[in-house]
Design a protein around this ligand. Structure first.
Ligand code: DGL
Length: 299
């Protein structure tokens, strides 16, 4: 467990401070992985608000309040030099408010990658899955309006899917039979929602491109591919977010020098408002990170 903390009063140079990354839970680990690949010399502090997940069906004011509390905590307690809101739902509900509250902080949010999907589709029919909060937001609907005429769109909120993914990380109860107990609920939800969207495939009129508008969903990519077929393109946001973070750090003069000695496990701290074992299990299962840097925090 890590014990040293870097407060705002620390003598550390700006570029040595960590980048904060947060999500309602384990979904943002997918973005963290892309950030580590793009920015291997940086330190990261990841916060999973698992005690309060899922955000998707909670409403904007709740999600905005959590986003403020977590941003303030990461700035105050960890002296972060930039913040990545690795959650579509929190970005839609609150990124503009966080930007007003911290105007000089390099800030990156995530939103469903509709423009890359337009570039990728061959049939011209694109599916978008996300939380009810994201897909019902003004921000998302403005984005959709900007590309609406360029494809035919099928937008499907997936109530319960992010929560089921969170739960699927937990080890099965000791009296459970077989290893697939945790996967059953996610599989049933993916089946229900993809069936509701219509036909997937390469033929005209079929959906050939599926936008993952929630950072949790990449962790059920195998189930989505099995249901939608091997040719369907899954579009997620980790890499573009990582490249945008690099651009912002560069222009603020906050990028860590490439000659800085780092080892990724030492430069990553994992925090959760929920169960430490769950975040550790997700980091190991989905990122291959065996972390002794995981700790519970109350925010
Ligand atoms: N991973 C989040 C997103 O990208 C939130 C999912 C949830 O908590 O409902 O929207």
């Amino acid at each position: 467990m890590a014990s040293d903390q870097t407060g705002p009063g620390s003598p550390q140079a700006g570029h040595q401070k960590p980048i904060g990354v947060f999500d309602s839970g384990v979904g943002g680990l997918s973005v963290l992985k892309a950030l580590q690949a793009e920015l291997p010399h940086e330190r990261f502090v990841y916060l999973a608000d698992s005690a309060n997940a899922p955000y998707g069906e909670r409403g904007d004011s709740y999600v905005a309040a959590r986003t403020h509390a977590i941003s303030d905590y990461l700035l105050r307690t960890h002296g972060i030099k930039a913040l990545v809101v690795a959650c579509n739902t929190a970005t839609a509900a609150a990124i503009h408010e966080v930007r007003s509250a911290h105007p000089t902080l390099p800030l990156v949010g995530v939103e469903p990658a509709l423009k890359p999907a337009v570039a990728a589709t061959r049939t011209g029919r694109i599916g978008v899955i996300g939380t009810r909060g994201t897909l019902g937001s003004t921000k998302f609907n403005k984005l959709l309006d900007s590309v609406r005429s360029q494809a035919s769109w099928v937008v499907q909120p997936c109530d319960g899917l992010a929560h089921a993914i969170e739960r699927s990380v937990a080890p099965p109860p000791s009296d459970a039979e077989g290893p697939d107990v945790g996967a059953t609920e996610t599989g049933a939800l993916c089946t229900k929602y993809l069936q509701a969207m219509g036909k997937f495939g390469k033929s005209p009129g079929q959906i050939d491109t599926l936008v993952l508008g929630c950072t949790h969903y990449i962790f059920v990519a195998h189930e989505l591919r099995a249901l939608a077929g091997p040719h369907v393109q899954l579009i997620e946001t980790g890499q573009p977010v990582a490249r945008q973070t690099r651009r912002l750090l560069e222009s603020a003069g906050l990028l860590s020098p490439e000659n800085q000695q780092t080892t990724q496990s030492a430069e990553l701290r994992l925090l959760t408002t929920g169960a430490v074992e769950m975040l550790e299990a997700a980091a190991l299962r989905w990122m291959g990170i065996s972390s002794d840097q995981c700790q519970h925090v109350a925010v």
